[in-house]
Write a protein that binds this ligand. Structure first.
Ligand code: ASP
Length: 440
């Protein structure tokens, strides 16, 4: 028998009907030993997430105003779940205590964490499993950085004492015991932490989509689902904007060599996406690329100087100028007498002129120019390393679609080709690349 850890997102636990689906999933496989829930999410488009309402409660308390009206809406959501599931415990007392504590502690993290806390208690009652409070087993240091090794020890010891348990996501505590949360969407991280400490065979992340798609469905119509993805490919794709999983949820499981399976609570028979350490040999019938992702709003800083290549330290001085103004760069394609630096627009807003001035002083270039309105598209896949002609196919697709390429960068891993194009061409380029590599 193996061990599985399941995390259910907010939309998977938004009402009693979804709790029933979750229970059916958990009970269908005895390997599920630990479950990490989010707070109830939206039931319909115009609905509110419990976490958002809890932050609102805190804002009222902070202004010395009553949070009761908002809390009443929160309480009603939990009350309704408990009633419809016929849970046999005093939910009213728990809600009252929670409301009082939010008022007393006046702490935004504490308030926000109660969404997962209450949901965790309800789910543990419904499954008949033990409840482990994340406050006791997930630790942050005094500066608020996640204390991974300390947590791993405490969590491992705690899990060993419980055959099956529910551990709420999203929060933990400082060394002094005060509640602290991860950033929004952080229950994904909690799930990965539990999976690592449990020595799980797989971390199953249940959400409301059937895994990762090969491209953003708002841009490419009906993109295929990615069945298998390596952690490295995932990192490259999420860095470029593909989102399903919280970025920091990768590290604990990757480190422990545990695969992550993204599944859809509303379509539990779909195998979803498996995120693995190494790509399997026969993945996706020889599909060369795994996914495409992109981001808009970059600037290209182009620097020219004759005989730049003969000058020691030129590149360092350019990068030093960025570092001095706290700007990080994305790519650094260089030519013989040219060097370009790709930087996100938001990094440059207030510091553009100062950086240019500094480069002029320290590098004395022949010219320096900034072009804005650049979009980056990453085409990612392990298959690309062994398939000759991949770059040709990609560039040809862009040429045929009439897209001008402003920059090219192939990572040294050879599993990612990034092109910089004009923002206006973003949608056309994404579709052209997708169609060139994916045959329906
Ligand atoms: N409930 C938290 C949020 O809305 C954490 C999570 O759902 O993962 O961000």
């Amino acid at each position: 028998m193996g061990i599985k850890v399941a995390k259910f997102g907010g939309s998977s636990l938004c009402d009693a009907e979804h709790f029933r689906r979750v229970k059916a999933i958990i009970e269908s496989d005895p390997d599920y030993r630990y479950v990490v829930p989010s707070a109830p999410g939206k039931r319909f488009d115009a609905d509110e997430k419990i976490t958002d309402m809890l932050y609102q409660c805190h804002r009222m308390v902070e202004r010395n105003r009553s949070h009761e009206e908002i809390f009443a809406k929160i309480a009603e959501r939990y009350r309704q779940i408990a009633r419809e599931l016929e849970l046999d415990f005093d939910v009213e007392e728990l809600l009252l205590e929670t409301s009082d504590a939010i008022r007393q502690y006046k702490n935004p993290d504490f308030a926000a964490s109660r969404g997962e806390y209450l949901n965790g208690i309800l789910l543990s009652k419904y499954l008949g499993w033990d409840f482990i409070d994340a406050q006791d087993v997930v630790k942050f240091d005094r500066q608020g950085s996640f204390a991974s090794e300390w947590t791993n020890e405490i969590m491992r010891d705690a899990l060993q004492k419980h055959e099956r348990a529910v551990i709420p996501g999203f929060y933990g505590s400082y060394p002094n015991g005060d509640v602290h949360t991860f950033s929004r969407g952080g229950s994904d991280i909690s799930g990965a932490i539990v999976a690592r400490a449990a020595g799980a065979d797989v971390y199953v992340n249940w959400t409301d989509v059937s895994g990762f798609l090969m491209a953003d469905p708002r841009i490419v119509k009906n993109p295929r689902c990615i069945r298998e993805l390596s952690y490295r490919e995932l990192r490259e794709l999420s860095y470029m904007g593909a989102t399903v999983l919280h970025e920091d949820a990768i590290f604990p499981v990757h480190k422990a060599g545990i695969p992550t399976n993204i599944r859809n609570t509303n379509d539990p028979d779909d195998p979803g996406t498996m995120i693995v350490m190494q790509p399997s040999e026969h993945r996706d019938d020889g599909q060369v690329i795994t996914g495409i992702a992109g981001h808009k709003n970059f600037s290209l800083l182009s620097i020219e100087k004759a005989m730049m290549n003969a000058e020691y330290g030129f590149g360092r001085r350019v990068l030093q100028a960025l570092e001095d103004f706290g700007v990080s760069f994305e790519h650094l394609p260089t030519g013989i007498d040219t060097m370009s630096v790709v930087v996100a627009d938001r990094e440059l807003v207030t510091r553009k002129d100062q950086i240019i001035q500094r480069i002029q002083q320290t590098c004395q270039p022949d010219s320096i120019e900034i072009s804005t309105g650049i979009a980056l598209i990453a085409t990612v896949g392990h298959g690309m390393t062994s398939a000759p002609g991949t770059a040709a196919k990609l560039f040809n697709a862009l040429y045929e679609a009439g897209v001008n390429i402003r920059m090219i960068d192939q990572g040294s891993s050879e599993m990612n080709i990034i092109v910089g194009i004009n923002i206006e061409d973003f949608e056309t380029a994404m579709n052209a690349i997708y169609r060139a590599f994916v045959k329906d």
